[in-house]
Design a protein around this ligand. Structure first.
Ligand SMILES: Cc1cc2nc3c(=O)[nH]c(=O)nc-3n(C[C@H](O)[C@H](O)[C@H](O)COP(=O)(O)O)c2cc1C
Length: 319
């Protein structure tokens, strides 16, 4: 064998060995999914690929809208999202803020990626409105709705992490049954000449796809009062705040998925019927009902009061 042939062969063998060594050293791109549910921490399967795809698709859609439709500032975000959608299912961390970890934005700096995400959150906040005209068209599946609500239940905060909010999601026939019950309980309470109008209004809610019932359970709140007597007088308010945070998070999230929604208060007159039919503990306090469905109309025009100087005050700003 000539010297040239021998060194070529040596080079090849060395190359193959180096490639094998590198393959062993490369870490697997698998992120364990850990959802903290207080103590102890447990591992939980994440949103299935479909719903994750939906969330990512939605963020991409929002970013396009936020960029005025041309997407010029957000190209890399959209490319990153769609490349995730089309890649093999990979476990990701479940927290909303890490839906698209910055490492996926190969062409942007981490700072850029985070400001893009912030923009999409603000867009979702701005786009949440009250939609009264709703229909039975659902932009996502029932299992996606369930996962969305579960994520809200897991990650919306509560005072002292008391987790006092309880949600009951009524879909399809159960949603309709709820609004039929509302008509039933309203009938004896409504003047006869007003009842047709009332029934028509309630049937508008029935025409939607689903309703989320927001409850507060008294036990966690009572436990907090016993545990922290110094704050005892606050826990009632904080339980209401917690419940409202769940309402708001889901209102924004469902509308970000393409639903329209409106918030109603037929409590306490409906509590008993609902408790009987869906085996809901009577001591849970119903706080509100979020009706959601396909958008069959536009929200009304909204008047905004002055912000800076009347509703908003900033001190210590550098700019
Ligand atoms: C705490 C709270 C309670 C509300 N209660 C009702 C209600 O009982 N019925 C209703 O039709 N809308 C209700 N709304 C909707 C508001 O009227 C609506 O959010 C407001 O007019 C602003 O309009 P927008 O939701 O389109 O931004 C409620 C909203 C909030 C935040």
């Amino acid at each position: 064998m000539s010297i040239a042939a021998r060194s070529l062969l040596t080079g090849l063998v060395f190359g193959v060995l180096l490639a094998l060594l590198l393959q062993q050293l490369t870490p697997h791109i698998q992120v364990p999914v850990q959802i903290s549910r207080g103590t102890p921490t447990s591992t939980t399967p994440l949103l299935d690929t479909d719903s994750m795809a939906q969330v990512l698709r939605n963020i991409a859609r929002k970013v396009v809208r936020g960029a005025g439709g041309n997407g010029s500032n957000y190209k890399s975000t959209i490319a990153a999202s769609s490349s995730i959608l089309h890649s093999k299912p990979t476990p990701l961390t479940s927290s909303a803020s890490s839906l698209i970890p910055s490492k996926f934005f190969s062409t942007t700096s981490p700072t850029m990626a985070s400001s893009q995400l912030t923009k999409s959150v603000i867009e979702a906040i701005k786009e949440r409105r009250t939609y009264y005209q709703l229909n039975k068209e659902a932009p996502i599946s029932d299992s996606n709705i369930k996962e969305l609500v579960e994520q809200a239940v897991l990650h919306v905060p509560s005072s002292f992490n008391s987790q006092s909010t309880r949600l009951v999601v009524l879909l399809n026939k159960d949603h309709e049954q709820f609004w039929d019950y509302v008509v039933d309980v309203l009938k004896p309470l409504t003047p006869e000449d007003k009842f047709d109008g009332t029934k028509q209004k309630i049937n508008g809610f029935k025409a939607a796809y689903g309703t989320v019932l927001f409850y507060e359970a008294p036990e966690p709140v009572e436990n907090l009062r016993k545990q922290f007597p110094l704050y005892a007088h606050h826990f009632g308010d904080w339980s209401e705040h917690t419940n409202a945070m769940h309402q708001y998070a889901l209102w924004v999230a469902l509308e970000a998925e393409g639903f329209g929604a409106n918030l109603q208060h037929y409590n306490p007159i409906i509590d008993q019927k609902a408790a009987e039919h869906w085996s809901i503990p009577l001591e849970w306090k119903l706080r509100s009902q979020l009706v959601f469905g396909g958008r069959a109309g536009q929200p009304g025009e909204k008047q905004f009061q002055k912000t800076f100087g009347e509703r908003l005050f900033v001190h210590g700003s550098k700019e």
